[in-house]
Design a protein around this ligand. Structure first.
Ligand SMILES: Nc1nc2c(c(=O)[nH]1)N[C@H]1C(S)=C(S)[C@@H](COP(=O)(O)OP(=O)(O)OC[C@H]3O[C@@H](n4cnc5c(=O)[nH]c(N)nc54)[C@H](O)[C@@H]3O)O[C@H]1N2
Ligand SMILES: Nc1nc2c(c(=O)[nH]1)N[C@H]1C(S)=C(S)[C@@H](COP(=O)(O)OP(=O)(O)OC[C@H]3O[C@@H](n4cnc5c(=O)[nH]c(N)nc54)[C@H](O)[C@@H]3O)O[C@H]1N2
Ligand code: SF4
Ligand SMILES: [Mo]
Length: 694
C-alpha cells in the first residue's frame, strides 16, 4: 500500500501524519504539516501505529458462558446472536429502556451518529450517554448559555499566535497537546503574556509569564475576582458590553462581592498576581488581542459550568469574543470530542446539536430516519447517573459499550464495577481487552483508526478526514458493521448501512438546519480543502472558521452575561481526610491507558501512577520519594509511587488516572455532579495518605 495522509488516533489536536506500511506489516508514522501541529507530533503520535500490530489487540469475538471466569472465542454470528437474543429478552421482560448504551468521543462522526440512531431507532431506549459527559459537558453547557452555540474554539488555532495575551484556566497543554505549545510560544516570542491557573507548576506553567497557583476547586472565585478587578481597575470595554451583550449589571453585582483580598483568601492566588493577570489581558485587548481558554482543571468540578461561565463573563467584559485574534474558547480533549457531542450520542441530543425534547427537531430527525417522531425516546440520564442506575430496581439490565473504558475512567470506580456486575448482559466493543471488556459477557473486536475511513471534528470545529491506510486483521469488523449486524437481527437492517461515506451523507441531512449544520460538507470538499469548519449550511457555503464576528446565535444576537456566584467544593478536607486530591494526565499515557499502556515505549516511560507531593506534606505524612503511598477517600483507595516536588501546593496531591485495578485513582474520586452539566468533580476531593509498608 502507498503512504496515506491522515491524522493521529488520539487527542483533539488531530495532528497531521502520514502512514507508510512496509512489507513486514509494520507501519511507519511521519509527521505531516497541518495547521494544528505544523509538522510536530508528541510521543503518543509517533508511536500510534505500534498498536496496529500489537499482540494484545482483540481479533476474535469473545463470549462468557454463564458466570464462567474466562471469556472464550466465538464466531461473529454466535456473538451477535447472543447480543441480539439478550437485547430482545431484556426488552420483553423489562421494556426498551432496560437496554443502555455508552458511547465515546473517540468515535468518528459516522460511528457516533450511527450509535445514537441505533439507540433511538433499533433499541428505542432513552438510556444512551457518552464519556464526553466527563470531558466537555461543563464547557458545552456554559458556552451554550452564553453564546447560543458550543464550538470549543470559535476560531482557528493559528489565530492564537497573533494575539497579545492568553489565559489558560486548568490546562496543561505542554503534556496533553505538546504541539499546541508552538502557538503559545509565538505569543511569548512577540512579547505577549501567557497566564496559567493551575495548582501545580506544570510544564505549561514553565513556559508562562505568570502562574496563578489556584487551590483546587476555587477557580470560580478566582474568575469572579478577575472580573471584579477588570471593573474596578477600569478595563471594561463599555461600548462592546452595551452593543453586543446583555446581563452585565447583575453579573457584576455578584462579582462585586469578590474583592481581591477575599479572592486571595479563598483561592491562594496573591492580589498582585490577580491584578497582573487582568492587566495582561486588558493590555492585550487594547492591542493585538487577548484569548481566555479553559480546560479540564477548571471544568471538572461540581460547579464547572458556573466556573466556565464566570470566565466567559470576564471575556465579555473585556470585549473579546468575536474580535480579531481575540476570544474565549474551551480546549476539547478527545480525538472527536467536538463531533462526538454533536451527532446524538448524548442523552439529551439529536444530530445537528439538536435537543431531543424539541418537537421540531424530533420531527426533522424522525423524517430523515424514516420513523414516527412519537416513537423516538425522550432525554435520558447523564453518564454517571446512568451507571448508578444499572441493575437497580427499574434500571437498565443490559449495557452496550462503544469506545469508553468506564471501569477506569468513571468516578467512584468500585461502585461502577458493582453496577456492571449487577447486569444480565454487558457487551463491549473495543480494540483491546480493556478493564471494562474484561468484565463483559460479549466482547466484539473492532477496527482501529488506520484501518477505517471516516471523519473527525477537531478542537477547532474543523471537520477532517480519517483515512484507511492498512487492511484490518482478519476477524475484526468496523463499528458500522457491528451495528448493522445487530440492527438486522433486531429487524431494522435496512436502516443501518456500513459505508461510512453514505452514513456521513445521511448525517449531513440529519444535521441540516441544526446548530451544528454539516449539510454543505462532503468528503470531497474536505479532501480538497484540508478540512471544513462547521457550521456549513449548504453546498455553496464556505464553512465558518471564525464565529461571532457579526453577532451571536442567540435570539437577540447578543452574548449573555449569566450571573453566577462561588460555592465550596463538594467534599472539603477534615481531620480524617486532610489533603486535597486532584487528578489529570501525563504526557505518555492516554486516558484510561487501555491503548497507551499497550505501546511498549510509552509503558516503559510511564509505567505506574505517581503521586506528586510537596516535601513539607510528605514530611508531615512520613513519606519519602519513591515510597508506595495509599491515597484514601471515603469511597476507596488507590496506590501510587511518591514523587516529591515543590511544584505543587503543600495542601494538595496530584495523581494521574491512566491505570486500572489498585492503581486507579478513580476508586478515590468523588462523583458529586455539576447541577447543569452533570460533570463529576474529578478535580477535587478530600483524602488521607498512608505509607504502604512492603
Ligand atoms: N498525554 C495525554 N494527553 C491528552 C489526554 C491524555 O489522557 N493524555 N487526554 C485528552 C483529553 S480527553 C483531554 S480532556 C485533555 C485534557 O487536557 P488538560 O485539561 O490539559 O488535562 P488535565 O491533566 O486533566 O488537567 C489540566 C491541569 O488541571 C490542573 N488542575 C487540577 N485541579 C485544578 C483546579 O481545581 N483548577 C485549575 N485551574 N487547575 C486544576 C492539573 O494540575 C492539570 O495540570 O487532554 C487530551 N490530551
Ligand atoms: N480522575 C479522572 N478521571 C477522568 C478524567 C480526569 O481528568 N480525572 N478525565 C475524564 C475525561 S476528560 C475523559 S475524556 C474520560 C476518558 O476515559 P475513557 O472514556 O475511558 O477513555 P479511553 O481510555 O480513551 O477509552 C476508550 C476505549 O475505547 C477503545 N476505543 C478506541 N477507539 C475506539 C473505537 O473507534 N471504537 C470502539 N468501540 N472502541 C474504541 C479504547 O481502546 C478504550 O478502551 O476520562 C474521564 N475520567
Ligand atoms: S498532540 Fe494529540 S493528536 Fe498530536 S500527536 Fe500527540 S496525541 Fe496525537
Ligand atoms: Mo477528555
Amino acid at each position: 500500500m502507498v503512504a496515506t495522509a491522515t491524522h493521529c488516533s488520539y487527542c483533539a489536536l488531530q495532528c497531521g501524519m502520514t502512514l507508510s506500511p512496509s512489507v513486514d506489516g509494520t507501519v511507519t508514522v511521519r509527521p505531516r504539516d497541518f495547521p494544528t501541529n505544523r509538522g510536530g507530533l508528541c510521543q503518543k503520535g509517533w508511536t500510534a501505529a505500534d498498536l496496529l500490530t500489537s499482540p494484545q489487540r482483540l481479533t476474535t469475538p469473545l463470549v462468557r458462558d454463564g458466570r464462567a471466569k474466562d471469556l472464550r472465542p466465538a464466531s461473529w454470528d454466535e456473538a451477535l446472536d447472543i447480543v441480539a437474543d439478550g437485547v430482545r429478552a431484556t426488552r420483553r421482560a423489562h421494556g426498551a429502556d432496560a437496554v443502555a448504551v455508552l458511547g465515546g468521543g473517540g468515535l468518528t462522526n459516522e460511528k457516533a451518529y450511527q450509535l445514537g440512531k441505533f439507540a433511538r431507532v433499533a433499541l428505542r431506549t432513552k438510556n444512551i450517554d457518552y464519556n464526553g459527559r466527563y470531558c466537555m459537558s461543563s464547557a458545552a453547557a456554559a458556552s451554550n448559555r452564553a453564546f447560543g452555540i458550543d464550538r470549543g474554539l470559535p476560531f482557528p488555532l493559528t489565530d492564537l499566535a497573533r494575539t497579545g495575551a492568553v489565559l489558560i484556566a486548568g490546562g496543561n497543554v505542554a503534556e496533553t497537546m505538546p504541539p499546541f505549545m508552538q502557538h503559545l510560544a509565538a505569543v511569548r516570542d512577540r512579547g505577549g503574556a501567557l497566564v496559567v491557573a493551575d495548582p501545580r507548576r506544570t510544564a505549561t506553567v514553565d513556559q508562562a509569564t505568570l502562574h496563578l497557583p489556584v487551590m483546587p476547586g476555587t477557580d470560580l472565585a478566582l474568575a469572579l475576582g478577575l472580573f471584579h478587578l477588570a471593573v474596578t481597575d477600569g478595563h471594561v470595554d463599555r461600548a462592546y458590553v452595551a452593543d453586543r451583550t446583555t446581563g452585565f449589571e447583575a453579573a457584576w453585582r455578584a462579582a462585586a462581592q469578590w474583592w481581591p483580598e477575599r479572592v486571595e483568601r479563598v483561592t491562594g492566588v496573591p492580589v498582585t498576581a490577580q491584578r497582573a493577570a487582568v492587566r495582561a489581558l486588558a493590555d492585550g485587548a487594547r492591542g493585538d488581542g487577548a484569548v481566555i481558554l479553559t480546560a479540564r482543571g477548571a471544568e471538572q468540578q461540581s460547579k464547572g459550568t458556573d466556573t466556565v461561565t464566570a470566565l466567559i463573563n470576564l471575556a465579555l467584559a473585556l470585549g473579546l469574543p468575536g474580535r480579531p485574534n481575540s476570544g474565549f474558547g474551551c480546549i476539547t480533549g478527545q480525538g472527536n470530542g467536538q463531533g462526538g457531542r454533536e451527532h446524538g450520542q448524548k442523552a439529551d441530543q439529536l444530530p445537528g446539536y439538536r435537543r431531543i425534547d424539541d418537537p421540531a427537531s424530533r420531527a426533522h430527525v424522525a423524517s430523515v430516519w424514516g420513523v414516527d417522531a412519537d416513537d423516538l425516546p425522550g432525554p435520558g440520564p447523564s453518564a454517571y447517573e446512568l451507571i448508578e442506575s444499572l441493575g437497580t430496581d427499574g434500571g437498565p439490565r443490559a449495557l452496550l459499550v462503544h469506545g469508553t473504558n468506564v471501569v477506569v475512567s468513571s468516578p467512584r470506580g468500585r461502585r461502577v464495577m458493582e453496577r456492571l456486575a449487577a447486569l444480565d448482559l454487558v457487551v463491549v466493543c473495543d480494540l483491546v481487552p480493556s478493564e471494562t471488556a474484561e468484565l463483559a459477557d460479549v466482547v466484539l473486536p473492532v477496527t482501529q483508526w488506520a484501518e477505517e475511513d471516516g471523519t473527525m471534528t477537531n478542537l477547532e470545529g474543523r471537520v477532517i478526514r480519517r483515512r484507511k491506510a492498512v487492511e484490518p486483521p482478519p476477524g475484526v469488523r468496523t463499528e458500522l458493521e457491528v451495528l448493522a449486524g445487530l440492527a438486522e437481527r433486531l429487524g431494522h437492517g435496512e436502516r443501518f448501512g456500513t459505508d461510512p461515506e453514505q452514513v456521513f451523507d445521511e448525517l449531513r441531512r440529519a444535521s441540516a438546519g441544526g446548530v451544528a449544520d454539516y449539510s454543505g460538507i462532503t468528503w470531497e470538499r474536505i479532501d480538497a480543502d484540508g478540512g471544513v469548519f462547521w457550521p456549513c449550511p449548504g453546498p455553496g457555503h464556505p464553512g465558518t472558521p471564525r464565529l461571532f464576528a457579526d453577532g451571536f446565535p442567540t435570539p437577540d444576537g447578543r452574548a449573555r452575561f449569566v450571573t453566577v456566584d462561588h460555592r465550596p467544593v463538594a467534599e472539603d478536607v477534615d481531620a480524617d481526610h486532610p489533603v486535597y486530591l486532584t487528578t489529570g494526565r501525563v504526557l505518555q499515557q492516554y486516558q484510561s491507558g487501555a491503548q497507551t499502556r499497550r505501546v511498549p515505549s510509552l509503558a516503559a516511560a510511564a509505567a505506574e501512577p505517581h503521586v506528586e507531593i510537596h516535601p513539607d506534606l510528605a514530611g508531615r505524612s512520613g513519606l519519602s520519594d519513591g515510597d508506595l503511598v495509599r491515597v484514601v477517600s471515603r469511597r476507596g483507595d488507590a496506590v501510587g509511587r511518591v514523587r516529591l516536588t515543590t511544584a505543587i501546593r503543600a495542601d494538595t496531591v496530584f495523581m494521574p488516572f491512566h491505570w486500572g485495578g489498585e492503581q486507579a485513582v478513580n476508586r478515590v474520586t468523588n462523583p458529586a455532579l455539576d447541577p447543569v452539566s452533570r460533570m463529576p468533580e474529578f478535580k477535587v476531593c478530600a483524602v488521607r495518605l498512608e505509607r504502604v509498608v512492603s
